[in-house]
Design a protein around this ligand. Structure first.
Ligand code: AMP
Length: 305
């Protein structure tokens, strides 16, 4: 506001390549020093929404939750190389920063931090955060090193932004569990808030990676949600044998010829240990390839008390 009124009073036109640098608008920062200045100017509580960009309604739901519960919201956009396996889709990961900035500005975000690799992994970098056990099954078993990359980068995001609350999607159920464990174990002074998984109208879990799907592959994608829903129906009807549920999900997935299932799982939502018999709760989860695209999905079932 100050900048604008000063230049207006002076009758000058000030070219600003980043219109967002006005005091009353969203700030876009890259360097840690810039981020700290912007962060320290925020009075009151701060909610953090970490993302890898190419935003969709799932990401924006996290921003909405953060807006409701905090005075200010910081979003980060960073495609973290250390959480991708060597042959994975790091280079082809979809990116559209200008569109992301517009969406975050409309959503009322205060600061967007878009660090680059030099900022996050300076020369000589050698410090890692590793949550040893709960990182092992499920995604950890199929993506070696993934969670070590996630927990290290999330620690750095927390240290730099010092939020009161950080928002993560239940879409990545194991990520939520791993980060909650890390925050407890390392006494990090913030609350981790898990937000519900947002689906498209046909039940497909929203994901930036859905952009890779051809139209034909996209029509096959609802099978993940269908197989989860029908396993949840079985639980509601009294099925407690975890293997029967796994077989049911595998059979449903196999009915769609374009799918190639990596795993299906029936685990406990707190420990992520595979179950033999479902008692109080179950996390049904899966990773399925359609063509070259790896999709994950999950649903949580809890017994009614
Ligand atoms: P990503 O950009 O994929 O790293 O996701 C950033 C955050 O958005 C993570 O906490 C994700 O779990 C969350 N997220 C991604 N997709 C969804 C979705 N469909 N519903 C809810 N949260 C999501």
């Amino acid at each position: 506001m100050l900048n604008r009124s000063l230049s207006e009073r002076a009758g000058m036109f000030v070219f600003n390549p980043h219109p967002s640098y006005n005091d009353d608008d969203m700030k876009i920062v890259t360097e840690i020093a810039e981020l700290r200045v912007a962060r320290n100017a925020l009075a009151g509580s701060v909610g953090l929404v970490p993302t890898m960009g190419y935003l969709h309604a799932g990401h924006l739901s996290l921003v909405e939750h953060a807006k409701v519960e905090n005075d200010h919201v910081i979003a980060t956009i960073y495609v973290n190389p250390t959480q991708f396996e060597p042959d994975a889709d790091l280079d082809s990961y979809p990116r559209d920063l200008e569109r992301d900035f517009a969406l975050l500005r409309d959503a009322g975000v205060d600061i967007v931090w878009t660090p680059n690799d030099a900022v996050m992994y300076p020369e000589g970098f050698q410090t890692w955060v590793d949550v040893t056990d709960i990182s092992q099954p499920l995604e950890g078993g199929h993506r070696p090193g993934h969670f070590k990359g996630v927990t290290t980068i999330v620690t750095k995001l927390f240290n730099a932004t010092t939020p009161d609350r950080a928002y993560f999607g239940q879409k990545d159920a194991q990520q939520v569990a791993v980060i909650k464990r890390m925050v407890r174990d390392l006494n990090m002074p913030l609350a981790v808030i898990a937000c519900p998984l947002v689906r498209d109208t046909d039940g497909v879990a929203l994901s930036s990676r859905n952009a890779y799907l051809t139209p034909e592959q996209r029509t096959a994608a609802p099978i993940l949600g269908h197989s989860l829903c029908s396993a949840i129906d079985k639980l509601a009807n009294g099925e407690r044998d975890a293997n029967a549920l796994r077989t049911h999900m595998l059979t449903t997935l196999a009915s769609e010829p374009l799918t190639n299932t990596e795993y299906v799982s029936v685990s406990h939502p707190d420990t992520l240990q595979e179950l033999e018999t479902v008692t109080d709760a179950a996390l049904l989860s899966m990773a399925v390839r359609i063509g070259k695209t790896r999709l994950i999905d999950n649903m949580v079932w809890r017994a009614e008390h």
